[in-house]
Ligand binder design. Structure first.
Ligand code: SAH
Length: 381
């Protein structure tokens, strides 16, 4: 293997040299820097003391947790042997500790512990009963094959950080795969990304419920063709019932109007879901991330704070109106987005842009009022 050194945050790691990232013997995706930035900020802000980076590849994520947060224990794991060797080397370079091949534990800066293993994440998590305060699942594709064991290994009031890169599945390009993996009916069209994210969260909520665990979404977003959710677990049957109570369904008409409603079963045909209809963020947490970003060694100091600002200002209601899709669906010209937002605000409706789609708005206004404003905002060709 040939390597190149890359810096990210405080970490300087070796990654395999490859023409295309998916051909590399160990996976490293520079596009995911923002994902790792936000995750590192989250570990910092939450102040968690033990973290498992269950699918670590080069080790970059866990190494950043070790270097950039005050967490007392970081465990890095990957099933791939090349990845394991590289993680060991990268830990050695970044922390000065020498986790010899086969040796499992290494002390880092006094009391802090770094563990590097070469095992199936499911086995590690099954064996670590309620041990970790935060577990990070950042797989290729879907995280569903790890959900049972992750809920076993995380503390009952701990945190789960989950990535899903199978956006084609969650967004309805492969409907049957979505039914198989998430037991949910996806939607196509402009709402597919938000619906996909909510299907993912809804799935975690259903897995958690059988262990009498509820979930709070502290932040969930879609970006660069992946979904990411940070969830806080809540212990107790009542909490699990409450979370299941936030699941429901979505319906959309040809003209772009939509309706959603909570319920264990859909109350009319054509439903998409089940999906999470609760909040996608805890405002205080997002603001804490944003202020932590101000003095953190970020991998992408330009994009990460910018994206967090978008998330912080976004109105947190289910779904949105895409001005382009509405115009297309109803044979209109597209007006200016800033003007549409201003008009709706002038009419007293809370309205913002959304990170899901640059041409869309989240608003408390009903469909008819959005359409009126859209018509008024039309510009002659
Ligand atoms: N989290 C990394 C990227 C991980 S890519 C980052 O931020 O850069 C997904 C990794 O999961 C791959 O290295 C793959 O070898 C590993 N993997 C796949 N199935 C696994 C399993 N069952 N147990 C442990 N690792 C697994």
């Amino acid at each position: 293997m040939e390597f190149v050194e890359v810096s990210e945050g405080l970490a300087r790691i070796l990654v395999p040299k490859a023409e295309r990232i998916y051909d590399a013997p160990v996976f490293y995706n520079p596009v995911m820097v923002l994902n790792r930035d936000i995750s590192t900020l989250a570990v910092r802000v939450l102040g968690v003391q033990s973290v498992l980076d269950a699918l670590s590849a080069t080790g970059v994520r866990g190494i950043r947790y070790a270097l950039e947060t005050s967490t007392g224990e970081v465990w890095l794991n990957d099933i791939n042997e090349n990845a394991f060797r590289l993680m060991v080397e990268n830990v050695r370079r970044n922390t000065g500790v020498d986790p010899e091949l086969g040796e499992r534990l290494a002390k880092f800066r006094g009391e802090r512990l770094i563990t590097v293993t070469n095992d199936d994440a499911n086995r590690i998590m099954a064996n670590s009963f309620r041990h970790f305060e935060l577990v990070d699942l950042d797989p290729f594709g879907s995280p569903v094959e790890f959900l049972d064991t992750v809920l076993r290994s995380v503390r009952r009031k701990g945190f789960l950080a989950v990535t899903a890169t199978d956006t084609g599945v969650l967004c309805g390009a492969y409907k049957h795969a979505c039914r198989r993996k998430y037991l949910a009916e996806p939607i196509r069209g402009e709402l597919c990304h938000e619906a996909g994210l909510r299907i993912l969260i809804g799935t975690v909520a259903r897995y958690a419920a059988k262990y009498d665990l509820g979930v709070d979404v502290i932040l969930a977003y879609y970006r660069d063709h992946y979904f990411r959710a940070f969830l806080k677990l809540k212990s107790g049957a009542r909490k699990a019932d409450d979370s299941l109570g936030r699941l429901g369904y979505l319906w959309q008409e040809e003209n772009g109007s939509f309706r959603y409603g909570e319920g264990f079963l859909p109350d009319r045909p054509g439903a998409h879901g089940p999906l999470w209809l609760g909040p996608l963020k805890n405002q205080e947490f997002v603001e804490d991330l944003l202020s932590a970003a101000g003095n953190a060694p970020l991998g992408d100091p330009r994009e990460t704070p910018k994206f967090l600002r978008v998330l912080a200002m976004e109105l947190d209601v289910p779904f949105f109106y895409d001005t382009h899709a509405l115009a297309r669906r109803n044979g209109l010209q597209v007006g200016k987005l800033t003007r549409i937002i201003e008009e709706l605000r002038n009419s007293g409706y809370h309205t913002t842009r959304t990170h899901f789609l640059p041409t869309a708005i989240k608003t408390t206004a009903p469909f008819e009022d959005v359409m009126d404003v859209l018509k008024e905002s039309q510009q002659p060709i």
